[in-house]
Write a protein that binds this ligand. Structure first.
Ligand code: SAM
Length: 255
């Protein structure tokens, strides 16, 4: 725990608070909140983003794990209208939250649970319309990677089967307190009109993609040798290829 000013920053909860009004404004303008919007915020902290979004939207709920921050948020006069949930976001279901549907999701999230939060979103596609989150720049590059590049991998493929990802802008460590060691990026998720993988095939898809990328340097015929892949598919996809050369749609054909 690092003690700066009145708050004890808890590393285990990825607490890096935004202190630069220019970045907060840029985030606000990128989200472009509307008076009809219902917003779910993940990890409000001391409310840097909450304060600026809340007055501009129909309804807003913020989910925070830290009891000290819950107390601060609850006592804030400017946040009277805010619905506050004291919970681990990963244990919540959007459907059960007291907020209109579909909601928009926003959050400067704890980086140590980035993938879990992305899969939390994917598992609840019916209940949100778009999502803006902050992630490590390197993770953002993986999410938007083009086939054939070194950043293209399991995360690109599994997330890309369901979501479109837009890299909005890069954020330097200097706008946070305490400063993280890495650059960050603000990204937007929107849902693909038609998911590339049906829900019932998700588990097999996930496993095949993981197996292929676990042995990134191997040809598919070696890394996927224990998988029962129909001959018809093997006629269409050359199995001497390596995983980073397969598009998301080609991976979907393997399932
Ligand atoms: N939104 C604030 C800001 O931009 O200044 C704080 C961002 S800080 C990077 C992440 C916030 O998420 C912290 O307030 C932390 O306590 C909270 N948090 C961490 N893990 C969480 C979890 N599993 N569920 C809900 N909130 C969490």
């Amino acid at each position: 725990m690092v003690n700066i000013n009145s708050h004890s920053f808890r590393k285990k909860w990825g607490q890096n608070f935004l202190i630069d009004p220019n970045i907060v404004k840029k985030i606000y303008q990128t989200i472009n909140p509307q008076l009809t919007d219902n917003i779910i915020e993940i990890g409000p902290g001391e409310g840097a983003l909450t304060q600026i979004i809340l007055p501009k939207v129909n309804d807003m709920i913020s989910i925070e794990i830290d009891p000290l921050l819950i107390e601060k948020l609850s006592n804030s006069i400017t946040l009277k209208k805010l619905k506050i949930v004291h919970e681990d976001v990963l244990k919540t279901n959007i459907y059960d939250l007291d907020i209109g549907n579909p909601a928009r999701v926003v959050g400067n999230i704890p980086y140590n649970i980035t993938s879990k939060i992305i899969f939390w979103l994917i598992e609840q596609l019916d209940y949100w319309s778009d999502a803006f989150i902050m992630v490590q720049k390197e993770v953002a590059h993986r999410l938007v990677a083009q086939v054939g590049t070194k950043e293209y991998g399991r995360l690109t493929v599994v997330v890309g089967a369901y979501l479109d990802v837009e890299y909005c802008f890069t954020i330097p460590p200097t706008v946070f307190i305490p400063r993280p060691k890495v650059d960050s990026a603000f990204i937007r998720f929107s849902k693909k009109e038609n998911a590339i993988i049906d829900d019932q095939k998700y588990i097999r898809f996930n496993k095949i993609v993981r197996t292929a990328f676990n042995q990134r340097r191997k040809m598919l015929k070696n890394s996927l040798s224990s998988w029962d892949i129909p001959d018809k598919v093997k006629e269409e996809i050359d199995f001497s290829r390596r995983p980073e050369t397969l598009s998301i749609k080609e991976f979907a054909m393997l399932v």
